[in-house]
Design a protein around this ligand. Structure first.
Ligand SMILES: Cc1cc2nc3c(=O)[nH]c(=O)nc-3n(C[C@H](O)[C@H](O)[C@H](O)COP(=O)(O)O)c2cc1C
Length: 382
C-alpha cells in the first residue's frame, strides 16, 4: 500500500481539529471525552510521553521494518484499530471505512458488538480479516449466537471486554442526552443542522443503529426503550466463570481487553487466554485509575512470554506507538485517533491515519537505529 497522505493534516491533532469542525458537538464530545473530570484521559497521553528513548547513531543499520507477528499472522505494522461503539454516529459509514482500510493495509480492525456495521458486513468487506469484540450479554443464548456469527464471518480473534462493569460516568454525554437511556434534544437537532456534510452523509447512509443487535431487538422501540433494552441486555460484570465459558466455546485466539492490574493478568493466564490488552478504555471508565503505560510495565515484566501483551489508551502518534512498544507492549491499538481521521477526511481518513502513523513510526525507528519492532525495548531509558 502506498504511504501517500494529505500533507495538510500531518498530525492526529490536525485531524481532531478538523473533526471538531465537521461533526455535531454531541458526536464530537461523545468521541473526545473521558469520564468524570477527564483526569485519566489526559494522564494516558501525558505519562506515555514521559517515556524516553535512546538513539544509537553510530551503530550499523540496514533499514527499519514495521512488520510484526501476532497470533501467527504477520501484520504490516505493530498497531491496529480499537473497537468503538456507535461509530456511525461519529461519521456515517466509519466502521466500514476503517474495516476496509485496515484490511488493505494488513493491520487488525476490531469490530465492537455495539458498532453500527454488522459482523456479516465487516466479514464480507474484509474477507474475514477482522477481530470481534464481544460485550458479554446477560443471556448465554445471545452470547453463543454472536460467537457463532463471528466464527461464520471468519473472525480471526475474539476480544472480550472486562472494564465496563458499570457504564462510565460521562458528564458531556449526560448533558447531551447520549447517556443510557438516550434522548434526542432540540439542541442536538440544531447542532446537526449546523454540520451539513455529516447530516447529508447520515441521510444517505441511513440512521446509525446497533447493526449486530437488530435481529434480537423487539421491533419499533423508541429511543428511550432502546436504551433500556441495551442496558438490560449487556448488564452484568465479567468474572472468571463467564470468561471460562467463552474460552470453552471459542476455539480461536481469545484476548481480554481492559486489563489494568497484575491480579487480572494472572487470572487471565490461568484461564487460558491468549492475549491481554492493557487498557483503561481511553480514560472513559475509571477516572481515578492509573495511566495505561504505568499499568503496562509490571504486567509486561511479569507475564510477557506467558501471554501476548498489547496496549491501548492515549496513543496519538507514531512516537507514542514506539513508546508503548518500548515499555513492554508487543502491539498497540488506537481508538480516537482513527475516528478523528475518518470524521476529518471521510473515506480517505482510514488510509490517511494509517499512513501518517506508519511514516512517523518508521522515522522514529530509523532515528533510534532500530531495525525491528521487537527491538524497541533496547532503546528504553530507565
Ligand atoms: C467513542 C468511543 C467508543 C468506544 N466504544 C468501545 C466499545 O464499544 N467496545 C470497546 O471494547 N471499547 C470501546 N472503546 C474503547 C476503545 O476500544 C479503546 O480502548 C480506547 O479508545 C483507547 O484509547 P484512545 O482513544 O486514547 O486510543 C471506545 C472508545 C471511544 C473513544
Amino acid at each position: 500500500m502506498t504511504l501517500e497522505y494529505n500533507p495538510d493534516y500531518p498530525a492526529i491533532d490536525d485531524l481532531r481539529a478538523r473533526a471538531r469542525r465537521r461533526i455535531p458537538r454531541f458526536a464530537f464530545e461523545y468521541l473526545d471525552g473521558g469520564c468524570n473530570e477527564d483526569v485519566n484521559l489526559h494522564k494516558n497521553t501525558a505519562e506515555l510521553r514521559e517515556v524516553e528513548l535512546k538513539p544509537y547513531y553510530l551503530s550499523e543499520h540496514s533499514g527499519s521494518d514495521l512488520r510484526t507477528e501476532l497470533f501467527g499472522h504477520t501484520y504490516d505494522a505493530p498497531f491496529g484499530i480499537a473497537p468503538v461503539g456507535l461509530q456511525g454516529l461519529i461519521w456515517p459509514g466509519s466502521a466500514e471505512i476503517l474495516a476496509r482500510a485496515a484490511a488493505a493495509h494488513n493491520i487488525p480492525f476490531v469490530l465492537s458488538t455495539v458498532s453500527t456495521a454488522s459482523i456479516e458486513r465487516v466479514g464480507a468487506l474484509t474477507g474475514g480479516k477482522f477481530w470481534f469484540q464481544l460485550y458479554h450479554p446477560a443471556d448465554n443464548a445471545l452470547r453463543d449466537d454472536l460467537l457463532d456469527r463471528a466464527e461464520a464471518a471468519g473472525c480471526q480473534v475474539l476480544v472480550i471486554l472486562s472494564d465496563v462493569p458499570a457504564f462510565g460516568y460521562r458528564p458531556r454525554d449526560i448533558r447531551n442526552g447520549l447517556a443510557m437511556p438516550p434522548k434526542m434534544t432540540l439542541r442536538n437537532v440544531l447542532q446537526i443542522m449546523g454540520k451539513p456534510h455529516w447530516a447529508l452523509g447520515t441521510l444517505l447512509h441511513g440512521q446509525p443503529h446497533f447493526a449486530n443487535m437488530k435481529k434480537y431487538m423487539p421491533k419499533g422501540l423508541n429511543i428511550k426503550q432502546l436504551g433500556l433494552y441495551m442496558n438490560q441486555t449487556f448488564s452484568g460484570r465479567l468474572h472468571a466463570e463467564k470468561v471460562a465459558a467463552i474460552r470453552d466455546r471459542w476455539k480461536g485466539k481469545l484476548v481480554l481487553k481492559g486489563v489494568a492490574s497484575e491480579e487480572d493478568a494472572a487470572l487471565a493466564v490461568k484461564l487460558g487466554i491468549d492475549g491481554l490488552i492493557v487498557s483503561n478504555h481511553g480514560g472513559r471508565q475509571l477516572d481515578a485509575g492509573q495511566s495505561a503505560v504505568h499499568a503496562l510495565g509490571p504486567i509486561a515484566r511479569n507475564f510477557g512470554g506467558q501471554i501476548r501483551i498489547m496496549m491501548d489508551s492515549g496513543v496519538r502518534s507514531g512516537p507514542d506507538v514506539g513508546r508503548a512498544l518500548a515499555s513492554g507492549a508487543e502491539f498497540v491499538f488506537l481508538g480516537r485517533s482513527f475516528m478523528y481521521g475518518v470524521a476529518a477526511l471521510g473515506k480517505a481518513g482510514g488510509h490517511h491515519t494509517i499512513a501518517i502513523l506508519k511514516t512517523q513510526l518508521k522515522q522514529l525507528m530509523e532515528q533510534l537505529c532500530c531495525e525491528r519492532v521487537g527491538e524497541l525495548r533496547r532503546h528504553l531509558i530507565g
